[in-house]
Design a protein around this ligand. Structure first.
Ligand SMILES: [Zn+2]
Ligand SMILES: [Zn+2]
Length: 377
């Protein structure tokens, strides 16, 4: 029987029977082959060349078998780009969506200088992290060729870089040939299957390196979790796991489970470096990063000397990643994994969060090792 790909997405997003059991089942084998994903915060509707209307919920894959050989999924970040509605931008999106291997974008079809059109187009393509394409310039046109082979992994020779289209510390565009070279290198490399992904934004230097991009995440000794969807740090409306990589290295497990609402992950995760995760602790401790840090240091010192910690001040991501395992040599020990997202309601998100708090929080906080569950429950 032919696989019903819509059913797989329905199963991935069944928020009624949603919960631990569903999410802890390893992802269906078909999704391991997927390289095109809707990592946007909301659902995308896609009319394919063969006339099907696909509903792709947030975090879900588009299967190769649902598209014609050269037909490509166009991420919303491309479609919402102002340039996409210009004639040259339209030639690009139409060419990507069509079942043709090669197409051209005429740089003189937009008003203004072709070189301006060229840089705007290249920026849009590179920033959207578009895979399996190879480009070249040919007499006032950009030729786009769709690759059909397998994506190569990122490796030491070409690690996964942040995507930048301007010269560092300026707003001036990089040389177009350099951007084309990067589009081609990056377009030949990528991941298959579900996992958390860094967003690749040029300025994502703090959160990005903290995202654990593994297909199977080890968050404690012999403790494994397999994501079933794909999200990046640009999304909101997700439930995430935060674990300590240094504790893991020491044979310990320290975890925290949280949710994001209106704040995207950059903002939410950043809070773990300057405030507590509970309102009561933030109220009790003075405002201001420095004042708070000084007061927290006092508590930690006391704990090290044998004091009790009745309010469990140390059992918090802020305390753990500021004093127990602060960054060493610029290496942040926080690791983030997106558990699930695209929730249809606040209630379903809270329910998911609660279930995972009790699941990941199975290791009680231990005042001898300063590790364990960082959620106050
Ligand atoms: Zn990011
Ligand atoms: Zn730790």
């Amino acid at each position: 029987m032919a696989t019903n790909f819509g059913q797989i997405r329905d199963q991935l997003t069944d928020f009624n029977s949603f919960g631990l059991m569903t999410t802890l089942i390893p992802p269906p084998p078909e999704v391991q082959q997927c390289w095109q994903w809707n990592t946007d915060s909301s659902e995308v509707q896609l009319r394919t060349n063969s006339g099907n209307l696909l509903r792709i919920p947030s975090g879900c894959p588009i299967f190769d078998q649902e598209l014609q050989e050269f037909e490509r999924y166009i991420p919303r970040s491309v479609l919402s780009n102002d340039f996409a509605s210009t004639p040259a931008g339209g030639q690009f999106t139409a060419g990507m969506a069509a079942d043709i291997q090669e197409f051209r974008v005429d740089l003189s079809s937009n008003p203004g200088k072709p070189s301006t059109t060229r840089i705007a187009l290249l920026r849009m393509i590179y920033q959207a992290d578009i895979k399996k394409i190879r480009m070249r310039e040919e007499g006032g046109r950009l030729v786009v060729n769709k690759i059909t082979g397998q994506l190569q992994p990122y490796d030491a020779a070409y690690p996964q870089p942040n995507i930048t289209t301007t010269i560092p510390n300026t707003s001036q565009a990089r040389n177009h040939l350099d951007i084309i070279a990067d589009i081609n290198l990056n377009g030949a490399r990528g991941f298959y299957g579900p996992r958390s992904e860094r967003c690749r934004h040029g300025k994502c230097n703090v959160t990005g390196p903290c995202v654990d991009q593994s297909a199977t995440v080890e968050y404690g000794p012999d403790l494994l979790f397999q994501p079933r969807k794909r999200f990046t740090c640009e999304v909101n409306n997700v439930v995430y796991l935060l674990y300590c990589n240094e504790c893991l290295r020491l044979g310990l497990s320290t975890t925290y489970c949280g949710e994001t609402e209106e704040k995207n992950c950059h903002q939410r995760f950043g809070q773990h470096t300057y405030k507590f995760s509970t309102r009561s602790l933030n109220t009790r401790f003075p405002k201001g990063t420095n004042e708070r840090l000084v007061a927290l240091r006092e508590v930690f010192q006391g704990v090290l000397e044998g004091d009790e910690d009745p309010d469990r001040v140390m059992q918090d991501p802020y305390s753990h990643f500021t004093l127990v395992h602060p960054p060493t040599n610029g290496n942040d020990h926080r690791r983030y994994v997106f558990i699930d997202g695209g929730f249809p309601s606040v209630r379903s998100r809270k329910l998911c969060e609660m279930k995972f708090i009790s699941f990941f929080g199975a290791v009680d906080y231990n005042y001898n090792t300063h590790s364990g569950n960082l959620n106050h429950m």
